[in-house]
Design a protein around this ligand. Structure first.
Ligand SMILES: *Cc1c(COP(=O)(O)O)cnc(C)c1O
Length: 444
């Protein structure tokens, strides 16, 4: 495997990356942004190599995708083998066994012991769209309830379901109707304080649905059990179970969007497992297939099977190469105990971030679970005014020092950490040292 070391041979980005980035401007649509414009040639474990020969520590996993690590040997083997056999037939035309195996795995691994069915797609957004299709079809109801700070994708329906205008929705409307937004149980910013957050948020949410949507009009409540792009917001204990109970009572389909939080990321197979929440439908993607594009909706057989034959599908959904990668990734997660590994990495991250919070008053909150940790930066701990400028400066500092870090949050003031679960702890500590150094430099 690639030498697991951070090596800086040039400034970051280096001259060759700068050249390519200039070429990007004349070839690639300007709307397609890049967080850190180093052009990658290789990746393995916790390291990415760029065209200038720099070796960067990867704390992003391509946004929570390469959970089993880039170039994971099982995934490489399985993909190579499948590519040799055949690359595509379209499951809707002439099917193949790996698609069934992935669905069987999903049915077994997702929360709940009930009878389940799955359908495979290409992207997280597509999975969310299809979950809404299933929920509407099965209930005969139109409305979809989503949350503040939610992120569900960039297609028209999922843009409408996503909360943040800039950059995701700005001038891209009009959006699909019958999408209703309610407050998120966000402990750090809940007006009544974190202790009252679960109970009060549940009351506000269910009251808004009752008065402004109507339970009998509501097909689904769609929630990320730990929010991703919106700021790694972890709802307080009790909120998700309360929401699930309310949905059950009113025949509303609870959709857990586990696209970012699923597949061992949070130290459980799924973030819902933490409180034993059993959603009716679960959407997955990102970490499912070691970097190959694959997504799924998994859920109660009676809901999934309600849809007429031919009502769900797509040309590429459940592509055999992606399925092979998923099976190898899931095998790795099971064989290598990656949920436990995520907890261990989470403990390291939490300790280091808590250390940062003790040193820098700009760290307002440290939160997350497992290898899905974040810190929220504020101008002042009293007012909690977000500090996106400092967040950007620290982020830039990390990049220049050879660590791939990501930010998120409605206010752009949250640092999120999503290391591949195969990263070495020494490398993670080194990245945290770099973060601390960059923080110190940014606050002067
Ligand atoms: C990334 C993400 C999506 C969209 O997935 P794509 O594969 O980018 O379409 C949907 N939901 C959540 C929670 C995500 O993090």
């Amino acid at each position: 495997m690639l030498d697991q070391q951070r090596i800086l041979r040039t400034p970051v980005p280096g001259p060759r990356s700068r050249e390519l980035q200039a070429r990007k401007a004349s070839a690639v649509a300007a709307g397609v942004g890049t967080t850190l414009p180093v052009y990658v040639t290789q990746g393995a474990g916790g390291i990415l190599v760029d065209v200038d020969g720099n070796q960067l520590i990867d704390l992003g996993s391509g946004i929570a995708v390469t959970t089993v690590g880039n170039g994971n040997p099982r995934v490489v083997e399985a993909v190579t083998e499948q590519v040799r056999r055949f690359t595509h037939t379209c499951f809707m035309v002439t099917p193949y066994e790996p698609y069934l195996e992935v669905c069987e795995k999903l049915n077994a691994l997702t929360p709940g012991e009930h009878e389940k069915r799955s359908a495979l797609f290409n992207s997280g957004a597509e999975a969310v769209e299809n979950a809404v299709k299933v929920a509407r079809h099965a209930t005969g109801r139109p409305a979809v309830v989503v949350f503040e700070h939610a992120y569900h994708g960039r297609t028209n329906l999922t843009m409408g379901m996503t909360a943040k205008a800039m950059p995701y929705k700005h001038r891209f409307g009009p959006f699909a109707p019958e999408v209703y937004r309610v407050p998120m149980a966000y402990p750090y910013r809940w007006p009544g304080g974190p202790e009252r957050c679960a109970e009060e948020a549940l009351a506000v949410v269910t009251d808004l649905i009752h008065t402004q949507v109507g339970e009998e009009n509501t097909a689904a409540v769609v929630i990320e059990p730990i929010q991703g792009e919106g700021g790694f917001v972890v709802p307080p204990e009790g909120f998700l179970p309360g929401l699930a109970a309310w949905c059950r009572e009113h025949g509303v389909v609870l959709v857990a969007d586990e696209v970012q939080s699923g597949f061992c990321r949070t130290g459980d197979w799924f973030a819902c497992d933490h409180e034993g929440v059993v959603p009716d439908l679960v959407t997955t993607a990102k970490g499912i297939a070691g970097g190959m594009p694959l997504a799924a909706v998994t859920g109660r057989a009676e809901l999934m099977d309600a849809v007429h034959g031919g009502g769900l599908g797509g040309t590429y959904g459940g592509n055999p190469v992606a399925c092979a990668a998923a099976l190898a990734s899931i095998e790795t997660m099971e064989a290598d105990g990656l949920p436990t590994r995520a907890r261990r990495l989470g403990a390291v991250l939490e300790e280091r971030l808590t250390g940062l919070a003790a040193r820098f008053p700009q760290v307002g909150d440290v939160r997350g679970r497992g290898a899905m940790m974040a810190m929220e930066l504020v101008v002042d701990r009293e007012t909690k005014e977000p500090d996106p400028a400092l967040t950007a400066a620290v982020n830039r500092g990390c990049h220049e020092r050879g660590v791939v870090t990501l930010t998120c949050g409605t206010y752009g003031n949250v640092f999120r950490f999503l290391p591949p679960l195969t990263i070495g702890e020494d490398l993670l500590h080194e990245a945290m040292d770099v973060l601390e150094e960059s923080f110190a430099a940014a606050v002067g």
